[in-house]
Design a protein around this ligand. Structure first.
Ligand code: HEM
Length: 402
């Protein structure tokens, strides 16, 4: 792991893994938005961080000047196993047009409302199983005892992977999204077990086809041809990573909020019909996902001289706090009615899993507050946050009051 200098000025030297940013990025973004508003860094080989909704939206919708070839900022823009545009290593999120539309269309049916809603009973029983394990304890951890278990169970079933491998899934997610400071060679070495895990799963599905997303991707044809093995691998890695850390973070952040805002918790308990609006406000206020782009060629953006292959970190969570777009943007309003947030992204890469994410968040919260109608944060100092581009609380020690 590289030892890094602490950040002194986020406008000229931002780092999204800096402990202050990880702990509470909102005041940093607010200051940048008012004074900068596109921050720069020489870290990670050079990059930019636009902070207004207008800028984030403009880049997300501009696939000519910005490529999705790599969406996670690391120290290596060209790793050894690098797969170039237009497919990239994890289609469709790393794909550019026109290939992107083909890769996206293949997976859309699995995430349509019908098949997703059919998962509700399974999600509910998964939640109840983990709540049962917490029952009778005054002090529990809503992160390590609850939020972290819900998305892996759902994704394992969709991909047809063994549910008991969920520790491996979390390690993979941690490696891909959190350990971004590793030197390129270290990252290369550490990626081997991950690639082997997926390779073994694919071999097993080729030998024993079954009714799941992995077998579907291995058999589906585009223009009369099956997908390349690297396409199938990239897409299942994406679904596993995109489906786990994101929703785990959203569930955790919502519980962390409720543990500190008894009036919001009381309203959700007594007015369950508020849940759909509350879910959208949790997503806006604590949006967990920030994705990156690379600049295609030298390009001037809002006066900034962006260079070919510079990173651009697309702060969807910062866009969600832009006071030009949201009234009282820095206030959590549980029944906010107008809420066109950008938590699921903007433009052609908008989240494919949004129906599933909303369902998991809603069910996980409904079940938790039915079981524990009053609870409070036991100790904020013990709360830990995942660093990097998917941000959410990992340890959330709470005290159950009833
Ligand atoms: C609260 C939970 C979630 C949030 C906040 C979230 C957020 C996002 C965002 C911001 C993007 C756009 C990325 C970009 O522009 O580069 C995205 C894309 C994507 N998400 Fe999600 N996501 C969540 C849950 C899920 C789940 C549960 C799945 C599936 C299992 C999923 C699958 C995907 C896929 C496949 C893409 C790529 C779409 C494309 O490139 O066309 N996400 N997500």
């Amino acid at each position: 792991m590289t030892i890094k200098e602490p950040v002194e000025d986020f406008a000229t030297d931002w780092d999204h893994t800096d402990p202050r940013w990880v702990r509470d990025p909102y005041p940093i973004w607010a200051t940048l938005r008012e004074t900068c508003p596109v921050a720069h860094t020489d870290r990670y080989g050079g990059g930019w961080f636009p902070t207004t909704h207008e800028m984030v939206s403009s880049i997300a919708n501009d696939t000519e000047h910005f490529t999705s070839r790599m969406v996670v900022v690391t120290n290596n823009k060209f790793p050894p196993n690098f797969i170039p545009a237009p497919m990239g290593g994890a289609p469709p999120i790393t794909s550019d047009p026109p290939f992107h539309a083909i890769a996206r269309r293949l997976i859309l049916p699995a995430f349509a409302p019908g098949p997703v809603n059919a998962l509700e009973p399974q999600i509910r029983s998964l939640c109840r199983k983990h709540l049962d394990a917490m029952a009778g304890h005054e002090f529990v951890d809503a992160g390590t005892g609850y939020a972290q278990f819900i998305p892996p169970g759902v994704i394992a079933q969709m991909l047809g992977f063994p549910a008991e491998d969920e520790d491996i899934f979390r390690e993979i997610v941690h490696f891909i999204l959190d350990l971004v400071d590793l030197a390129p060679e270290e990252r290369g070495e550490m990626s081997e077990p991950t690639l082997n895990y997926f390779s073994n799963q694919i071999d097993d599905h080729l030998a024993n086809p079954r009714d799941d997303l992995t077998s579907y991707l291995l058999n589906v044809e585009v223009g009369g041809k099956k997908l390349a093995r690297e396409h199938v691998t990239g897409t299942i890695v994406l679904i596993l990573v995109a489906g786990i850390d994101t929703t785990w973070s959203a569930i955790g952040a919502a519980l962390w909020h409720l543990a500190q805002h008894p009036s919001d918790l009381a309203r959700l308990v007594s007015e369950p019909e508020l849940m759909p609006l509350a879910v959208e406000e949790f997503l806006r206020f604590y949006a967990p996902v920030t994705m990156a782009r690379l600049v295609n060629d030298d390009y001037e953006f809002f006066g900034c001289p962006m260079k070919k292959d510079d990173w651009v970190l697309l702060g969807f969570p910062a866009a969600n706090r832009d006071p030009e777009v949201f009234e009282r943007a820095d206030t959590f309003i549980i029944d906010r009615e107008v809420n066109r947030h950008a938590a699921f992204g903007l433009g052609i890469h908008r989240c494919v899993g949004s129906n599933l994410a909303r369902l998991e968040l809603r069910v996980a919260l409904e079940e938790f507050i039915v079981r524990f109608p009053t609870f409070t944060l036991a100790n904020d100092a013990d709360v830990t946050w995942a660093p990097g581009q998917v941000r959410g609380p990992r340890q959330i020690p709470i005290r159950v009051l009833s």
